[in-house]
Each structure stands twice: as C-alpha cells, then as structure tokens.
Design a protein around this ligand. Structure first.
Ligand code: PGA
Length: 260
C-alpha cells in the first residue's frame, strides 16, 4: 500500500500563476517517488481546471464538496462538477469547516455518501472540534467516527482515507502545538481498533494518516511509524522544498520497510 501525502492548500495561493508554479516546481520530482508514495494536491476549487493536466504525476483533491448533486445551494460545488476536473479525492470534516462554517458530523456523513456515489475517495478528518482537549482525544475521535460513518458498508469503510488531525495541532490555530509522534501513533492505533470493530481484520489494509503542523523538521517523528500511512500537510505544502522533504521522508521509510 502506498504512502499518501496530501497537500491542503486551504485558501492559498493568491493567483493562478502561483498555483501553477508551485505544482510545476515539484511535479517532475514526483516520478522518483511514485512507486511508494502518492501525492494529492487539494487546491482551492478555482485552480482545479489549471492544474488538471498535472493529474498523473500527482492526484487532485478538493477541500470540500456538497452533499447534493445539483440545485439551489448558493456557493456550493457538487461531486458531479468536481469529476470534470479529474478530482479523485475530497477532504471532508476538516476542523476549520467545523469551527468556522458550522459543519456537523451528520453533514460530513451525507457528504461521504455523496462522494462514494460519484466514485470520489473521501479523506475524512477526525479530531477537530471546538475546545478539543489533548487527553480526551480518544473519546472525541470515537464519537466523530461513529457519527460520520453511520450507515456505511464494509467496502466503504475500507475505502475511506482517515486522518487523525487534532484541532490543537493545526499550525494556524492559536497556541497550536504539533502532536508528538507517540501521541499520533496512539490515536491512529485507536482508529484502527474502531475500524476493526466494524470490519474485522481488513482494517489493517485501510489508510490512516496524521495531520497537524507536519513539516521538514518533524516529519521523521511520524514517518518512522509504519502504521502511519502518510500525512495531511497544510502550511508546509505551500513551500515546495519543505513539502518535497515531507514526501521524500515518508517515501524513504516505505522503501526501508519493504526491504526488511
Ligand atoms: P498545518 O495544516 O499543516 O498547517 O497544521 C494541516 C491542515 O489543517 O490540514
């Protein structure tokens, strides 16, 4: 199973030109790591058409989508529309959408169902909620997992990419602090247990990632755990050298693991 490194550009960069030059600055390097690592770029919607032709070297993802296929939903974008731009993944349940836009577990659940209907793979964030407290993360993750995966079948549960991303670890949050590798590993094991409870032994075939201030200085702390299947990267994904370092560290660990 390939490692997955997901760039969440959020509402950046400011121009299409910058978006293009950011991707072209690392796109050629991705061929070297593509055997073991898949890189997903999630730009703002408006840049998807401009980045579409890079799909292949990289995969494209959206940062959100609607639960509906069409209709009177001002400002929303549907899975049907995203498919036109080669979008393969969609980030759902990100803590910024929960905190600033009032997204709830049941909305996230409806969006996951819509993504599957149109064969877009959901990247589901767990751990983001107002006032999330470090020593209560297992309870929060359990509660969110149960609600956002309501009514999903075994095959769907296996296909989701889960990200443990505690709100307090996101680099732009006030008093943010990245999770230690040990904490991330412990919560990722917890997500595997929740999955095992629902789908049995195949849970180990599912991808579970960490997100929250991952960058070139701390990536080793996460990549060294074989159970951490990759990272969701925000701020560091806007700097091509920093991002490349994150990709190559996970790639190196994947190669190393295969050899032993
Ligand atoms: P960060 O963002 O890497 O800047 O903490 C991650 C995210 O919010 O997805």
């Amino acid at each position: 199973m390939k490692k997955l490194i997901i760039a969440n550009w959020k509402m950046n960069p400011q121009t299409m030109q910058e978006a293009r030059s950011l991707v072209s600055s690392f796109e050629h390097r991705m061929h070297a790591t593509s055997t073991y690592t898949e890189v997903v770029i999630c730009p703002p919607f408006v840049y998807l058409p401009a980045l579409m032709h890079y799909a292949g070297a990289i995969s494209l993802g959206a940062q959100n989508m609607s639960w509906a296929d069409s209709g009177a939903l001002t400002g929303e974008v549907s899975a049907v529309q995203l498919k036109q731009w080669n979008v393969k993944y969609v980030i759902l349940g990100h803590s910024e959408r929960r905190l600033y836009l009032g997204e709830t577990d049941s909305v996230v659940n409806a969006k996951i169902i819509a993504a599957f209907k149109h064969k877009i793979t959901p990247i589901v964030c767990l751990g983001g909620e107002e006032g999330a407290i470090k020593f209560e993360m297992k309870n929060l993750v359990t509660k969110q997992f149960i609600k956002v995966t309501k009514d999903l079948d075994k095959r769907q549960l296996e296909k989701i990419v889960y990200v443990y991303e505690p709100a307090w670890a996101i680099s732009t949050m006030e008093k943010s602090e990245p999770a230690t590798g040990e904490h991330a590993h412990e919560l990722i094991e917890h997500i595997y247990q929740l999955l095992e409870h629902r789908i049995g032994k195949t849970s180990r075939m599912v991808r579970v990632l960490y997100g929250g201030t991952v960058n070139k200085n701390n990536v080793h702390e996460y990549a060294m755990y074989p159970e951490i299947d990759g990272a969701l990267v925000g701020a560091a994904s806007l700097d091509s050298e920093n991002f490349w370092h994150v990709v190559s560290e996970f790639n190196r660990e994947a190669i190393h693991k295969e050899k032993i």
